[in-house]
Ligand binder design. Structure first.
Ligand SMILES: Nc1ncnc2c1ncn2[C@@H]1O[C@H](COP(=O)(O)OP(=O)(O)OP(=O)(O)O)[C@@H](O)[C@H]1O
Ligand SMILES: [Mg+2]
Length: 417
């Protein structure tokens, strides 16, 4: 019995499918239940162990608690009591773990070496004023990390000001960042503070920094280097004290090589690089992330469903998982989420060239109608995956944002008519 339990615990560690709870008797045919408590604490530190005893041995019970059993139940134990105790133990543990994760890791969930590396660097760099460059694909948590940097810095009481460099037309980026005086350009009927000034004593988050127009890059460098900005239309530089955290989903180094990004600015930003790998390269984070998103709903995934999520490639990374889980919870309001509840692509339909499968029906098709439908569907899916972010949706469809916006306008007109 003890040997079998030990083997099962080992197996569950190897399969990365840890037991949610363990129930053992104190006296087992071939040994002592306390050995199981000890082993479980060692190998499965987050798995609660419940001990049952019929011997009434106080010292045995005390010893079991001392070793880390969450409770000792006096036999006979009704099934109902056992079920309640188990539920309680699992809930308590989840709460404890989540609290610990949230508190110690700034809300950044993950147990992979990559995430632990990011957290280590983040804890070291956050309290300094060092510029941080966060690189990672869409949905990997770059903004989450940037906010954690701010929260863990001595600037946490001052504002965190995000600027999405990709969302602004080139002509507006400069005044957005540095501000402008009244009359600086047509339409500037009032003076306006720039984002740098708003972030004074706080943190300026330059999102999608790879999109920063080349002509503006020297001014940005100067603002970071000298702590000085010059509003449009002004002849005087203003002092600002903003800590800069930048993020990009492109390889900035390649942009430097291609001369679309200035090397001097790159080096100035890249004082502390934080690289967040895509979720498909750290499957060990999938189960803990899924549990994190399911937690508020008090729901679970079956082991088979978790295994499928771990195999899936997650092109939209953690954001895609968060959206998927929210959708699954809506579609299935009760019970465990199983393999069959997952969309086919996630469940493990074989990988394709990227082109959706198609077959020509016997009676033929109206090619343009079919293509139109397919286009609409892919656009909706891309938007869903990006959580409504049009930049990313356009990127995942390989089209320009403006093209996407135009297509959405047409879709809306068609639906309206
Ligand atoms: N390690 C993580 N732990 C918990 N939540 C995460 C983690 N990584 C990402 N998320 C969540 O996933 C979502 C997307 O994260 P975020 O917006 O930070 O991504 P991003 O890298 O900035 O994406 P994009 O490049 O598309 O802007 C957010 O809701 C975020 O809270
Ligand atoms: Mg982002």
């Amino acid at each position: 019995m003890v040997a079998e339990a030990a083997a099962a615990i080992d197996q569950s560690v190897r399969d990365a499918l840890p037991f949610q709870a363990i129930v053992t008797d104190l006296q087992l045919p071939d040994g002592d239940g306390r050995a199981i408590v000890r082993l479980a604490r060692e190998r499965l530190p987050s798995c609660p162990v419940l001990m049952m005893t019929g011997s009434g041995s106080i010292s045995g019970s005390v010893e079991a608690i001392r070793l880390g059993a969450v409770t000792v139940l006096e036999k006979p134990v009704s099934l109902e009591t056992l079920a309640n105790e188990l539920r309680q133990a699992v809930d308590d543990r989840a709460e404890l773990e989540d609290g610990l994760d949230a508190a110690t890791n700034a809300g950044i969930i993950g147990r992979s070496a990559a995430i632990r590396g990011v957290l280590d660097a983040l804890f070291l760099a956050a309290p300094t004023d060092a510029t941080i460059l966060i690189e990672g694909e869409t949905g990997t948590g770059k903004e989450l990390v940037a906010k954690a940097v701010h929260r863990l810095s001595r600037r946490s009481r001052a504002p965190f000001i995000p600027v999405n460099c990709a969302a602004l037309p080139e002509t507006l980026v400069e005044s957005e960042l540095f501000g402008h005086l009244k009359g600086a350009f047509t339409g500037a009927d009032k003076s306006r503070e720039g984002r740098f000034q708003q972030a004074h004593r706080g943190t300026l988050f330059l999102d999608e920094i790879g999109e920063m127009p080349l002509p503006l890059q020297p001014k940005l460098l100067r603002a970071i280097q000298e702590g000085e900005v010059q509003p449009l239309g002004s002849t005087k530089a203003e002092k600002v004290d903003a800590r800069v955290v930048a993020a990009t989903n492109r390889k900035l180094e390649q942009q430097v090589a291609a001369r679309t990004f200035r090397a001097d600015l790159y080096y100035r930003l890249n004082v502390v690089p934080l690289h967040i790998p895509p979720l498909r390269e750290r499957p060990e984070d999938v189960a803990v992330l899924a549990a994190h998103f399911l937690k508020p709903a008090k729901r679970n995934l079956t082991p088979a469903a978790i295994a499928a999520l771990e195999r899936y490639a997650w092109p939209g990374n953690v954001r895609e998982m968060e959206n998927l889980i929210q959708r699954l919870l809506v579609l299935k309001p009760q019970g465990d989420l199983d393999l069959a509840d997952l969309p086919p692509a996630v469940r493990g339909a074989p990988a394709s060239s990227g082109a959706p499968a198609a077959a020509l029906p016997g009676q033929g098709v109206d090619l343009y109608a079919v293509l139109g439908d397919l286009e609409d569907r892919l656009i909706r899916e891309a938007l869903e995956r990006s959580g409504g972010n049009r930049n990313q949706a356009a990127q995942s469809l390989g089209i320009k944002r403006t093209t996407l916006v135009e297509k959405l306008r047409k879709m809306a007109r068609r639906e309206g008519s």
